[in-house]
Write a protein that binds this ligand. Structure first.
Ligand code: FEO
Length: 396
């Protein structure tokens, strides 16, 4: 089961080819995922992280093929979220006294989830653990992305065990970044950053700069999901610095929902107006009721500006746009422009509500928005086209 990564380190995780949703239904998974766990054999034997609980028995049983559990000297929990701590109960039932290294927050969170008083050893940034030829150094990374998150650095092999950071929900037998489809890998890495790490971007920059200041030699980044960054591991670090710096491309995205196609017609005319005013920009049009919500978030992440549209229904807007506003509020995008639009029959509240939501979520509103009564006629289409062109002119 294990895959030898270096003379001392073996991957002992689980590839989950069937996973379709993560964090409940909050994150769509298109290409599976993995829960990466690592076994280090030096004078002391160390297990770093485990797997999600549906695979706990399988994990422990296969781990026994690698090592007599009694020979594991230390367990390190870089992060207590169940996708990594889910097999601890099964494992520690067999070796209850083994020291479990984690942050102070990690110990609290593990107790809160599993109600077990395991042999916790809490660590802080700079604390070390001598395991023979190698030394493990702990680096706290609070809010990247939970308060308990930490990295573990292994000297000698020069590996950063980064847990969620630099990961992707991406199942691949080939394990290493240089052996996988680069387009798929990039798509999954940016989706992961956009949907999970965006709110913590300032902390990402700070933590990466702190780690870089240690001048640690880096041969590999062993994440807890997806590939191991073996070829040019610094490439994903540089990407993270770029993504954390209020990332945007020359892209404007028009996102809408529609009942009888009036708002769709508005969206299409707006997109044409944008294209005429900003021909060097990528313009994307997405119907939020049928597109994957996490893909939409990734497109928003890449955009300099977005236009959000929905008709008015029951004095409100359609639920797919309402849900998206809730998501962008939590993700705390910065330095992005926005405007609202939508058709209506009589009361017409949707544009005001969407504008309010965008403002609350931190977008810079370019205008009060555009609402159109019933179905836009030729004049209405022209108004939408001009609205799109004006938006592009103001933000490009
Ligand atoms: Fe992969 Fe935050 O758990």
């Amino acid at each position: 089961m294990g895959i030898k990564i270096t003379d001392k380190v073996t991957w002992v995780g689980k590839i989950d080819w069937e996973l379709k949703h993560f964090h409940g239904n909050e994150y769509s998974v298109r290409r599976g995922s993995s829960y990466n766990s690592y076994l280090i054999r030096d004078k002391k034997n160390v297990l770093i992280d485990t797997v999600w609980s549906p695979y706990d028995k399988e994990f422990v049983s296969k781990l026994k093929n690698e090592i007599d559990l009694k020979d594991i000297d230390y367990v390190i929990v870089n992060h207590s979220e169940p996708d990594h701590s889910g097999a601890l109960s099964e494992l520690l039932r067999e070796i209850p006294d083994v020291p479990v290294y984690c942050t102070a927050n990690g110990a609290k969170m593990l107790k809160g989830q599993y109600h077990q008083d395991w042999n916790f050893i809490t660590v802080k940034t700079g604390d070390t653990l001598e395991i023979g030829e190698s030394t493990l150094t702990f680096i706290e990374a609070p809010m990247l992305h939970w308060p308990d998150s930490m990295f573990t650095y292994m000297s000698g092999d020069n590996i950063l065990f980064s847990n969620d950071a630099f990961g992707q929900h991406y199942a691949t037998e080939s394990l290493y970044n240089d052996k996988t489809d680069q387009c798929e890998l990039e798509a999954e890495a940016i989706k992961y950053y956009a949907n999970i790490l965006t709110p913590f971007s300032k902390l990402v920059t700070k933590k990466i700069n702190e780690v870089l200041s240690f001048n640690l030699p880096l041969d590999m980044i062993c994440t807890s999901h997806g590939v191991i960054w073996r070829e040019k591991p610094e490439q994903i670090v540089l990407k993270y610095l770029q993504w954390a710096d209020d990332y945007q491309e020359k892209q404007i995205t028009v996102i809408y929902d529609t009942m009888w196609n009036a708002t769709r017609k508005m969206a299409e005319a707006i997109a044409e107006g944008i294209k005429s005013a900003a021909p060097d920009y990528t313009v994307k049009l997405l119907n939020s009721s049928v597109e994957d919500k996490n893909d939409i978030i990734t497109e928003i992440f890449k955009s300099r500006g977005i236009l959000l549209g929905a008709p008015t229904v029951n004095n409100a807007c359609l639920h797919s746009i309402g849900g998206l506003l809730e998501m962008v509020y939590g993700l705390k995008f910065r330095k992005k422009y926005a405007a609202a639009f939508g058709s209506y029959g009589w009361s017409g509240e949707s544009v005001g509500l969407i504008s309010e939501g965008l403002k609350k979520a931190g977008f810079k509103l370019v205008s009060e928005g555009l609402k159109y009564m019933w179905v836009p006629d030729e004049e209405g289409i022209k108004a939408c086209y001009d609205f799109g062109a004006d938006f592009a002119n103001q933000i490009k």
